[in-house]
Design a protein around this ligand. Structure first.
Ligand SMILES: Cc1cc2nc3c(=O)[nH]c(=O)nc-3n(C[C@H](O)[C@H](O)[C@H](O)COP(=O)(O)OP(=O)(O)OC[C@H]3O[C@@H](n4cnc5c(N)ncnc54)[C@H](O)[C@@H]3O)c2cc1C
Length: 502
């Protein structure tokens, strides 16, 4: 599943000599180099390959991460995976749970009739989802090189020279830093990362437990009434997932030990539940930061490299994968030569506010976890308010990212939103989006994508389950236009997909 030879033919027109700053005039071999093969980098590589873009992913680590952190894939990410035909491959590796109880871990049932065919949470080990995405990217022709850390970058009018830790220099037209919260690419660019440093640290790990299950459940439930940043619950295969505050635990630079977990459990629960045989132990903080730019010339940032926040609500990986879906087709359009001039800048214009909102909701959730009387009172009040279905729905739509509406200007409410996986005569809508192209869904049977047919598919279907005449979808599934008029459609095709081919 790991590295393979690059399969795409290097196109001679893409072979550009490096400038005088690139000492050895290294040939431009790749269209895009991606730093980091986490979920964001792997997803982006696959998206770019859908458009024939020559991609190299360089990953610092020689082996995929070994620790098994279970992450939750939320509704919008599940939709995007379905849109690319990947969900069937991923589902058997995860556990489905109701789309509920995400906001500040306030226990409430899922809101009624959540508008999605994928209205659940999929719990899945992070290394599994990363491995599947990497495998998918490689199958599509991306090259992944492990054990290569990006240590230097220089850019000019034609491309970027990337220096690796072993001294090798590579050239590409664009570089995307998907290299995580401590992103080297972001630092080399000098992009500011304002926000708040970590205030609290948490220990998280998986281990076996000696105490009987009934005793654990009773004690844990009683403690969680007052300590919301504590849990001890089965993670499968006889192993328990344990989360305890790290307050008072040695130096944060030193990896936590089993003894640290035992001590913290005794402090909080009066017993260490006989924990033993740890599988992995980690420590994380609640730092909250957002890059002030997502793009500097030919270098872009995505995923944790662009935004970090506490894991409450389980949104980080989802946000990164969704960044990748937003960026992939736009970057590919620039490389293929049909992108409208400002298309790449819409990446930051659309995704920066989304990340801002996620940071804000995690700030709010962290406050609600505080054991102080004030935040606890607010928590009780919000718990009451969430009995109103609209409130519950608003919060769930926020966390699951199905409530996002990009600002595409004035227009009907549907404009800028994602379209659910509605029924169409050929089956389901998302089944038509596997190739990462635009789509005109035309109930009038009168309109055509004409000269854009090399980038945009069309389906004339008067039975399609949408309550507007026609919808133009971008490759990321967001509604770029709603209407029934050919001239207006052509203007919007130009706006998003550039000049027609003929
Ligand atoms: C306890 C915990 C629980 C979480 N639970 C959830 C959850 O339920 N749902 C959710 O959505 N998110 C969750 N997250 C967040 C999620 O893990 C991250 O947001 C996600 O891993 C970010 O993906 P990424 O690809 O952007 O970055 P990363 O996963 O950090 O990947 C970056 C990659 O870049 C590589 N790299 C770094 N530097 C370089 C370099 N110089 N050159 C080349 N490669 C480099 C790294 O080795 C790494 O492989 C959780 C996080 C924590 C800590």
């Amino acid at each position: 599943m790991r590295s393979q030879q690059f399969t795409a033919e290097p196109a001679s027109q893409n072979r550009v000599e490096s400038p005088s700053t690139g000492a050895d005039r290294t040939p431009l071999v790749f269209d895009v180099i991606i730093a980091g093969c986490g979920p964001t980098g792997a997803m982006l590589a696959a998206e770019l390959r859908l458009h024939g873009v020559r991609v190299l992913v360089v990953e610092k680590e020689t082996e995929p991460a070994s620790f098994v952190r279970i992450v939750g894939l939320h509704v919008r990410s599940l939709e995007l995976l379905a849109m690319r035909g990947l969900l069937g491959r991923i589902l058997p590796h995860g556990r489905q749970r109701p789309a509920a109880g995400f906001f500040a871990a306030i226990a409430k049932p899922a809101p009624k009739d959540l508008d999605s065919a994928y209205a659940y949470l999929l719990g899945i080990p992070q290394p599994v989802i990363v491995g599947l995405l990497e495998e998918h990217a490689i199958e599509l022709g991306a090259q992944v090189r492990r054990g290569c850390a990006v240590v230097g970058i220089e850019q000019d009018d034609q491309g970027v020279t990337v220096e690796l830790a072993d001294g090798e220099h590579l050239r590409s037209r664009y570089l995307v830093g998907c290299d995580g919260g401590r992103s080297t690419v972001r630092k080399l660019l000098g992009v500011g990362f304002p926000g708040e440093p970590a205030r609290t640290e948490t220990l998280m790990g998986e281990m076996e437990v000696g105490a009987p299950q009934e005793e654990i459940a009773a004690t844990v439930n009683a403690i969680r009434e007052n300590h919301h940043s504590f849990w001890l619950r089965p993670a499968g295969n006889g192993v328990y997932s344990v989360v305890v505050p790290a307050a008072g635990v040695s130096d944060r630079a030193i990896p936590p030990t089993l003894e640290d977990f035992q001590q913290q459990l005794r402090n909080i629960a009066g017993t260490d539940f006989g924990v033993h045989s740890p599988r992995w132990l980690s420590r994380f903080g609640d730092a909250t930061r957002l890059a002030d730019r997502y793009r500097v010339g030919r270098v872009l940032l995505a995923g944790d490299a662009a935004h970090i926040h506490p894991p409450i609500g389980g949104q980080g990986l989802n946000l990164g994968v969704q960044d990748a879906l937003n960026l992939g087709w736009k970057l590919a359009a620039h490389i293929r030569g049909w992108a409208p001039e400002t298309l790449l800048d819409t990446y930051q214009a659309e995704r920066h506010p989304v990340a801002e909102d996620v940071l804000d909701n995690t700030r709010a959730q962290m406050e609600l976890l505080s054991p102080e009387p004030g935040p606890q009172a607010v928590r009780r009040l919000l718990t009451e308010l969430m009995d109103f279905d609209e409130v519950n729905r608003h919060l769930i739509e926020k966390i699951t990212a199905i409530g996002i509406r990009y600002d595409f200007g004035a227009g009907p409410d549907l404009l800028g939103r994602r379209l659910p996986d509605v029924a169409v005569k050929q089956g389901n809508l998302y089944g038509l989006l596997h190739r990462g192209r635009g789509l005109l869904l035309d109930r009038t049977e009168r309109l055509t994508v004409g000269g854009w047919s090399d980038r945009v598919d069309q389906l004339a279907d008067p039975t399609a389950e949408v309550d507007v005449p026609c919808v133009l979808l971008r490759p990321d599934g967001h509604v770029a236009w709603v209407g029934d008029d050919q001239q207006s459609l052509d203007e919007h095709l130009s706006r998003w997909f550039g000049e027609p081919a003929h």
